[in-house]
Design a protein around this ligand. Structure first.
Ligand code: GDP
Length: 312
């Protein structure tokens, strides 16, 4: 996919967020040519309604207020560039990894990616999309079906594995998830695979604590190599808003998340959650899901994201 097509898809995928968040900002500014305290308060309300979060919204507005004063800005037309700059600055809080280069893999072979997140957020779909991008780069991909608790999980993963040209490593339902993950890494080594993507459960139907189970998977695969997993991607459904942030906190504190995949951004007008995650958790958003098809996963690029958000 070319860069232009990528931005086009991103713009299209963000239509609802754009119309929601930025449509409101544009409408607000159009009707009110002069900057005053009331206008800034309304801007803050729009940010909160877009799931940016109350504390962060107030911080963004405080910073804009400072700029308005310093630069003796009087006309509201000057607010949009300042707002964009402020959003970009907040998005850089998650550190490197938000620069649109998340699809390029380091030299490590195999590169082991653990996928975590609650059920329904789009883990399986994301695994299929990720796998597709790697196989398209000529990489050999193994997908490990370590969600051994859901009966339908293997079938769905198998469909995505076929579609994306990856090999699936699975065991019978009820098998030990850590054992499936361990075997997949072993298979990757013996078959000289480039990438291992491990699916995990989002909810357990037993008394076993999910976080403990995930920690166990981590521990067991690190016996192959202490650097495994090289990446732990937490999948969050953008349309769940602040609830997603709450989940993220739990996963981040127990399993050491290295990056976030924010799915279903195409289906929500509340894309502000991207800011809240980068800022409050200090974890980079690495990928965004902007649709259900295999091509609808993008490496998150904060500059392209802000441009797409404000594009007409
Ligand atoms: P899992 O339970 O976490 O494995 O979730 P699935 O991968 O099965 O996805 C749940 C639903 O969300 C499915 O209907 C997917 O098609 C849908 N989905 C996943 N990612 C996206 C996305 O980026 N955009 C949209 N619109 N739907 C998505």
């Amino acid at each position: 996919m070319g860069i232009l097509e990528g931005i086009g898809r991103l713009k299209q995928g963000l239509t609802r967020t754009r119309e929601g968040l930025l449509g409101s900002v544009a409408r607000l500014l159009l009707g009110r040519p002069l900057i005053n305290e009331e206008l800034l308060e309304e801007l803050e309300e729009i940010l909160i309604a877009s799931d940016v979060g109350a504390a962060l919204s107030s911080e963004v507005i405080a910073s804009i207020r400072r700029r308005v004063k310093e630069e003796a800005m009087a006309e509201s037309g000057g607010l949009l560039p300042v707002l964009k700059e402020e959003i970009r600055r907040q998005l850089s809080a998650g550190g490197p990894g938000s620069n649109g280069d998340a699809f390029s893999l380091p030299e490590t072979r195999p590169y082991v990616i653990l996928i975590v997140g609650v059920n329904g957020v789009g883990k399986t779909t994301t695994i299929g999309k990720l796998s597709h991008r790697y196989t398209a780069q000529g990489k050999r991909v193994l997908i490990a079906a370590a969600d051994t608790f859901r009966a339908a999980a293997n079938e769905q993963l198998e469909i995505w594995a076929k579609r994306s040209g990856a090999e699936l490593i699975s065991q019978a339902q009820g098998a030990d998830p850590a054992a499936v993950a361990f075997d997949a890494v072993m298979a990757a080594r013996s078959r000289s695979a480039d990438v291992v993507i491990i699916d995990t459960a989002g909810r357990l139907h037993t008394k076993v604590n999910l976080m403990e189970e995930l920690k166990k998977i981590r521990r067991v695969i690190s016996r192959h190599d202490p650097s495994f997993p090289n990446e732990v991607l937490l999948v969050i459904d953008a349309s769940t808003g602040q609830n997603g942030l709450h989940q993220a906190r739990q996963f981040a504190s127990s399993v050491g998340v290295t990056g976030v995949v924010l799915t279903k951004l195409d289906g929500t007008a509340k894309g502000g959650i991207v800011l809240a995650i980068a800022r409050e958790l200090n974890i980079p958003v690495k990928f965004i899901g902007v649709g259900e098809s295999i091509e609808d996963l993008q490496a998150f690029d904060r500059n392209a994201f802000v441009e797409a958000l404000f594009a007409q």
